[in-house]
Design a protein. Sequence first.
Lengths: 419, 185
Amino acid sequence: MDLATLLIILAKVIGLTFMVVLPLVPISVYFERRFSAIIQDRVGPNRVGVPLTLLGAKKDFSFFGLIQPMADGLKLFLKEDFTPSHVRKAFYWLAPALTVVPSLVTVCVVPFGSDLVVNGEHHKLVIADLDVGPLFIFAISSLTVYGITLAGWSSNSKFPFIGGVRSTAQMISYEIALGLSIVPVLLYYGDLNLSNIVQKQADNGWLLLPLWGASAPWNNGGDYTAWLFWIPAMIAFVIFTTSVFAETNRMPFDLPECETELVGGYHTEYSSMKFAMFFMGEYAAMVIGSALVVTLFLGGWSLGFGIDAAISDVTVFGVGIGGLIHMAIFMAKVVAFILFFILVRWTVPRFRYDQLMRLGWVIFFEAALINVFLAALVVAAPQYGPAITVGGLIVLAIVTGALVWVLKVSERKALPAAA
Amino acid sequence: MPLALFWFFAIVMLVGGLAVVSLRNPVASALSMVASFVGLAGLFIGLNAFFVGIIQILVYAGAIMVLFIFIIMLLDLQTEEKRAPKLAPVLGGLGIVLAFSIQLIGILSKTPNIKSEPLDLAAASASYADKSPGISSKLAAGHLPDVNLIGDVLFKGYNLPLQIVGVLLLVSTVGVVVLSKRQTT
C-alpha cells in the first residue's frame, strides 16, 4: 500500500465521517428544535447569530438561528463535568464512548455518491467498499447496546439501571426484526454490497419506485416482477423503518430514557460532555439509520428516472464532479428522512413497554418472516411457472392464517381455573 | 493483511482472553470477552473471510455477550468480587493450558514453514462457470465473494443437514418455552 492510497483513504475517512456525518448531528438537533416548534406552533430558536451590533451595525445577523448548533455544542463543552461518587468509574467513563464510536464506524460502508473522477482515476465515495455492507452495519451498531447498558449499570442507581436493562431487551428484540426485514431486499438484489445495490437502483429503478430501466414492464417485455415485488418491499420498508426507530431509542420507542417513569433513563447520572456523547450517539445512529433506509429502499445517491448516467459524466475542468452531485442528492434524501424521524417523534405518543415488546416479537418478527417467503415466491415465480407459484401462495396463505390464529389464541387471557 | 494489523488484533484477542480469566469483576470479564471476539473477528477479516468475521461480531459480541452481561448485571456482584481464587482450580487451568501449548509447539515444530500460493481465481471461476454464473463472474472479476461461496456450499451441498440443524434449534427453543412456562400449581 503506497502513500497516495493511504492519503486518499485518510481523506475519505476524515471527509465523510468528520466533515459530513458528524456535522449532521448538531444540524439535526437544530432541525429537531425548529421543526418541533413549527409542529407545536411555537417559534423555536431563531435568534442566535453573528452579533453585528457589537461591531456597530444596525441589525444582528441571525439567519433563522443557524448558529444555534454551535452555541449548543459550546454550552455542553463548558458545563461542569460532574462525576457522582457512587459510580463505577471505569465503566462510567467507557459507556459514552461506546455509544458514539460504533455509530461513526458504520459510516464507512455507506455509499455517499457515484465515482469521483480525478485525472482519469475513479475514486468511490465510500470509505470501505465491503461485500458484506448491511451485515457490517448491523454487527457494528449492535455494539452500541453495550454503551447504554454499561451506562445504566455503572451509574449504580436505580432509574438508570432500569433504563439500561430496558434498552438491552429492546435493542436485542428489534435487531431480529431489523435483520429479517431486509432479507427480501437482499434476495431481490442478490448482493450484499451497498454500492452495487445503489448502482442497480440507479439503473433499474428504486426498490420503492420501479418506474424506469429494466424494472418497468414496458422496458422488459412485460415482466411484472419488479412491480409485484413492491408489496414485500413495502412491508420490509415499514418494518425496517420502525425497527430503526426502536434501535436508535427514538420516540415513540424511547423507553430507556422515558422521563415520566425513569427521570432521564440511562443518562440520568451523566452531565456535560459525557451526556452530550449519548446525545451525539443517538443522533449519529439516526443519521446512519436514515442513510441505510435511503440506500436500501429509496435509491441511495441516485436521482432516478434514468438520468444518473448523465449526472455521473458531468465534468468541470477535467474533474468528474458527478459523484459530488450525487452526494448532494444523497444528503438531501438523508436530511428529508431525518425530518421524517423528527415528525414522527413529535406526533406519535410513547408506547408502553409491554406494547413495545409485543410489537417487536409478536407482530414484526412474524410479519418479517412471512415477508421473506412472500419475497422469495415473487422472485422465483418467473422460473417456476404459474402452477407452482399458485401452490406456494396457497401454502403461504395457510401458514399465515395458522400463525395469526396461534397469535390470537396465545393472546387470549388464561381462563380462571375451574373450581 | 499488513503484519502490523495482524499483531494488533492478535494482541487485542490475547489480552482480552487473559483478562477474562484474571479480572475479578464479572462485568469486566464479559467485556474483555467482547474485546477478544472483536480481535478474533479482525483476524478473520484479515484472512479475507469477511462473512465469518462479521458474523463473529454480530452473533457473539452483539447478541450472546449482551445477554451474558444482561444476566450478570442482575446478579449480586459483591460476593463474586470478594471471593479469593482457590489454588487447585488455578493450577488445574494452568496445567491444561501448558499441556495444550506443548502439543501446539510439537505440531508447529513439525509443520514446514511454506508460504501458501495465492488462490488461482481464474481456475476457481472456471470451476463455478456452469454451477453458478454469479459466483463465477465475481471470481473472474478478481475478488472473492465469500458470502456467495458459503451460501452455495451450505444450501446446495449441505441443504438437508442445514434444515435438520434448523429444526433442532427450533425444538430446543420450544422446549425452553415449555419448561419455563410450566404451570406451578
